[in-house]
Design a protein around this ligand. Structure first.
Ligand code: TRP
Length: 365
């Protein structure tokens, strides 16, 4: 057998513009993976069908955010020549595969999926009122991954239960129907601070509803305003007082973004972040100085992204064309896998001359 191809696949729900939490948690790494070229194929997709499972009354929001997310991807440096960018709903094979996967998963297994469990609680779906589509989205996500024979799924820790469930489905499928699909593994962010960036208000997570996000598409002016209003150390009232780093969002963001070279450029009084932190905890360093530095660092990272976005926004039809071509390419792979799946499941009635001959013989006597 030929060596297994190394295939990356990952995606995002189009429920809002992407923010700097997405950037440090995943986008930055995706661009590196794309450029390192250690993988045979790479897919990044917009999970609009999954977004609809819990935004069923808001199709317009999903539609608007498909293009926003595509712009965010491209402006971060994902290159359609190297990565297949596609939209989930445009690949009908995904729904087909999901339907067959439903035979392989029990209701109780879905109920045990921790992500589904917490989301059911969070959204307050009482008992039986949960929409079937939402309840079964781990199955659909298993199809997203396995239809493209992905070996590697870069994602946050919160997606591990989805990957576990996908592997179970693959094992079950291959056991019943013969070796066809590939077991995927998760690729977690390497840097702990990058796993989950808190909101600008210090709350655990950036979220649109809390209004505590810094978006990739924010202007320099918006960025400055948001950084200036960031949560720091509430007990650090006078400059001379020692400041605390724990839960201090300015320093958490610096951990995630700043490099030694930023000090040379923007704050030459210090050599690196350790020196800055030492001064802050010793006392005598004001939040204003740290915020100004953070603004400069963030702006330096976001400026090229913003500039690329501005270019892309001038030709939106071209962006849709990139997505259309990506969908076409993704479908070629999808059709190939579904042919194999149908053959394995013995539902390939019309492309199996042997089957037809066999049946003819059976009925001939
Ligand atoms: N569930 C993922 C999220 O909420 C999005 C997603 C859908 C995904 N299908 C996927 C991620 C397949 C990785 C692989 O972010």
């Amino acid at each position: 057998m030929e060596a297994k191809e190394r295939i990356i696949l990952t995606g995002d729900r189009p429920t809002g513009r992407l923010h700097i939490g997405h950037y440090v948690g995943s986008l930055r790494r995706r661009v590196e993976l794309q450029n390192e070229g250690n993988y045979d194929k790479m897919y990044v997709f917009i999970a609009d069908a999954q977004a609809l499972t819990d935004n069923i009354d808001n199709p317009e929001k999903v539609r608007q955010n498909v293009i926003e997310v595509a712009l965010d991807y491209l402006s971060c440096g994902l290159d359609p020549e190297k990565v297949t960018l596609f939209i989930q709903s445009q690949i009908p094979e995904l729904t087909e595969l999901s339907f067959y996967f439903m035979d392989l998963v029990s209701v109780s297994r879905l109920q045990r999926n921790p992500t589904v469990k917490t989301e059911i609680q969070m959204r307050g779906f009482g008992g039986e009122s949960i929409p079937v589509g939402f309840f079964t989205y781990p199955i659909s996500q298993a199809a997203d991954i396995t239809l493209f024979k992905a070996t590697t799924v870069p994602a946050g820790e919160d997606q591990e239960p989805m990957l576990e469930q996908s592997r179970e489905i693959v094992r079950r499928f291959n056991h019943i129907y013969g070796d066809t699909l590939v077991e995927p593994s998760i690729m977690l962010p390497t840097n702990a601070v990058c796993c989950r960036l808190p909101g600008t208000d210090g709350k655990a997570k950036m979220s649109k509803s809390l209004g505590n996000c810094i978006y990739l598409s924010d202007s320099a002016k918006e960025l400055k305003k948001k950084v200036n209003s960031m949560y720091t150390d509430p007990e650090h009232i006078h400059i001379e007082q020692p400041g605390h780093l724990e839960g201090n969002t300015v320093f958490i963001y610096l951990d995630a973004f700043c490099e030694d070279s930023d000090f040379e450029k923007f704050l030459p009084e210090y050599k690196n972040l350790d020196e800055l932190k030492a001064h802050y905890t010793r006392g005598g360093l004001g939040d204003g100085t740290c915020k100004k530095f953070l603004y400069n660092v963030l702006n330096d990272r976001l400026e090229p992204i913003r500039a690329r976005r501005a270019e892309l926004e001038k030709d939106i039809p071209a962006v849709y064309e990139i997505l259309r071509k990506g969908c076409e390419k993704a479908r070629e792979a999808a059709i190939q896998t579904m042919d194999e799946v149908r053959r394995a499941m013995k539902i390939n009635y019309f492309d199996d001359a042997e089957l037809i001959a066999e049946q003819a013989k059976r009925f001939a006597k």
